[in-house]
Design a protein around this ligand. Structure first.
Ligand code: IMP
Ligand code: MG
Length: 174
């Protein structure tokens, strides 16, 4: 059992996702975009954000393995599922649930740059800026959260709690 407190309500998330969608649509106006979601955490954010974007759009997913503990990634990040769409020459938007140490997203950005993408930007639902260990900035960030372990809206603790419509901080039970 965990005890949790709500940190981002369903309404707040929905409003912010609409804003992000509008900004992204404006920034890429006249172009088409490939949104690449990072499984599993980004699946709900990706579904909502893609529907908030008004652009010619392709959607694909990657899955990474990072070797570390349940609540913290470590240095090694590798792709266990790659995109199937062509990336070369395209504008890529990496869609991630949380940027924490930054290792995962920094590595993904490098991988997509090497594939010959025309541009690679990062959109994160949540930026945990204070925990950054590698130099990487989200081009688009929904919310900045200082600390705590979060679940819901795609985010898990040990694969549980992803399905909640809001985001909660776990206050005990971890
Ligand atoms: P990074 O490589 O340290 O930036 O790791 C980011 C990944 O760690 C995210 O994609 C999440 O899967 C996971 N993560 C970091 N913080 C949290 C959290 O508070 N709740 C759930 N997952 C988290
Ligand atoms: Mg993740």
């Amino acid at each position: 059992m965990i005890t949790k407190e709500e940190v981002l309500s369903r309404e707040e998330i929905s409003r912010r996702v609409a804003e992000l969608g509008a900004v992204i649509s404006r920034d890429y106006a006249g172009r088409s975009l490939v949104m690449v979601g990072v499984l599993n955490g980004a699946y709900i954010f990706m579904a909502d954000l893609s529907r908030a974007v008004d652009l010619p759009l392709e959607v694909d997913f990657v899955r990474v393995a990072s070797y570390g503990t349940n609540t913290c990634s470590s240095g090694t990040v590798s792709l266990v599922k790659d995109v199937e769409l062509e990336v070369k020459g395209k504008d890529i938007l990496l869609v991630e649930d949380i940027v924490d140490t930054g290792r995962t997203i920094a590595r993904l950005r490098e991988i997509f740059a090497k594939k010959g993408a025309r541009s690679v930007r990062i959109c994160a639902l949540i930026d945990k800026k204070e925990r950054r260990e590698v130099e990487v900035e989200a081009d688009y960030a929904g919310f900045t959260v200082a600390d705590g372990f979060l679940v819901g809206y795609g985010l898990d603790y040990a694969e549980q709690h992803r399905q909640y419509p809001a985001v909660y901080k776990i206050v005990s039970g971890v």
